[in-house]
Design a protein around this ligand. Structure first.
Ligand code: ATP
Ligand code: MG
Length: 391
């Protein structure tokens, strides 16, 4: 069977188009390793030819492959108008059965030796279909595409793809992944900007349970479906957190926790050659996310700090979390470490200078280094494999 995907933003990329296209092809082939599928790319279209038995795998791939605007299973037929008419009619019948009342045909003739031009193909193929649906060239319920190339491909553009740039073209980013709704979406947003993601989770056992950690592993797995391979670092953070509780002013405990997280993140980002650190913060969402407090966190970051959700509201974030299937996992009740140690009256407008003072007083550098060294590393793949690694 043959699948066809339309390429989105890539077509805008002038002179390095070839590079982006190769990466998209490479990523697709990586997903489909071992299936014998043939992947090719021409004229803004990605083609996958595979055995019927791999249908599910190919459709999974197309649902997670970043860099396409839509995909469809195509009918491949001979380059004769009779074969085209039949393929179009068969597909139109299915569309009418699922409730479409109007249609349009969009024909392209890449093979100029074909004796009819695009307009003539459209008129001819539409003839029989008019018994099933009415023509509407402006706002049709369905568009049936006909592409005459080395063979003819007939399809309807039925599935939405993940728009963006192919994963890997923007280097690597370190995502601070908690068990909440926001950070997985933040990771997904950066994956869609072509960034490879490595994840880091701060675990404060027994204040945060084994289930809380498991939840983060599940979330990382969902991101690995888009990222192809992804590493998750679990940082044991109990000692650091206890130190903060003991030594920092109560109002500052959440913000100091963020600062300490940033310290470890700096270390890890350097180790995994990340070019930036990513969080799921959104301006004004909670007390630690006022613009002033975000400035404090940023002050301690040694890498650019990206917050792809900074201007999004919760509803928009939830919509994305449904799309990437993290919602149900994120709302599971296991508390994350911030909740347990939350101050009653958190500082709302922290200043970097004050934060520096409080941080110094914690004398926590050694514990931070220890937590970094004692991290657990998991490698997750788009096939759903999880492997525990050592550094
Ligand atoms: P999320 O829904 O992602 O947990 P949130 O709205 O609950 O975000 P906070 O808990 O204040 O917000 O966290 C802000 C950001 O800090 C998170 O989006 C995440 O990037 C990072 N973060 C918070 N807690 C952890 C943790 N335990 N491990 C890793 N990163 C964390
Ligand atoms: Mg959280």
């Amino acid at each position: 069977m043959t699948y066809l995907a339309k390429i989105g933003e890539l077509t805008l990329k002038g002179s390095n188009l070839q590079e982006f296209e190769n990466l998209l092809k490479h990523n697709t082939a990586k997903y489909l390793e071992g299936t014998g599928a043939k992947v090719s790319l021409r004229a803004g279209r990605l083609y996958i030819e595979c055995e019927d038995s791999f249908q599910e795998k190919v459709e999974f791939t197309l649902n997670h492959l970043i860099g396409i605007t839509g995909w469809a299973k195509a009918t491949v037929c001979d380059k004769t108008i009779e074969a085209i008419n039949k393929a179009v009619y068969d597909l139109a019948k299915l569309e009418a059965e699922r409730g479409c009342k109007t249609f349009k045909i969009d024909a392209r003739r890449a093979d100029k030796s074909f004796p009819m031009n695009s307009y003539e193909i459209c008129c001819e193929a539409a003839g029989d279909v008019e018994a099933l649906m009415k023509v509407d060239v402006h706002k049709p319920d369905t568009t049936i595409y006909v592409e005459v190339r080395e063979k003819t491909f007939v399809y309807v553009d039925s599935n939405v793809g993940c728009r963006g740039l192919p994963v890997g073209c923007s280097g690597r980013g370190l995502l601070l992944l908690s068990g909440g709704l926001d950070s997985p979406v933040a990771g997904y947003r950066m994956l869609r900007r072509g960034m490879k993601i490595e994840c880091c989770y701060f675990h404060s056992y027994p204040y945060t349970s084994e289930e809380a950690k498991q939840k983060v592993v599940t979330l990382a797995q969902k991101l690995a479906y888009y990222g192809i391979t992804l590493y998750l670092n679990v940082i044991p953070f109990t000692d650091v957190q206890m130190k903060i509780k003991e030594k920092a002013p109560e109002a500052w405990s959440t913000l100091m926790l963020r600062v300490c997280m940033m310290k470890v993140a700096n270390r890890l980002a350097g180790r995994c050659k990340a070019k930036c650190i990513i969080t799921g913060e959104s301006v004004g969402q909670v007390a630690s996310q006022t613009i002033e407090n975000m400035t404090v966190t940023e002050h301690f970051a040694e890498f650019p700090l990206l917050r792809p959700l900074c201007g999004m509201d919760k509803e928009e974030i939830i919509k994305d979390s449904y799309f990437i299937d993290t919602y149900e996992t994120s709302i599971l009740p296991y508390e994350d470490c911030c909740v347990l140690f939350s101050p009653r009256h958190p500082v709302l407008r922290g200043q970097p200078e004050e934060a520096e003072e409080i941080y110094k007083n914690l004398e926590v550098d050694e514990l931070i280094e220890k937590s970094y060294k004692e991290r657990e590393i998991y490698k997750l793949t788009a096939c759903g494999e999880i492997e525990k690694k050592t550094d």
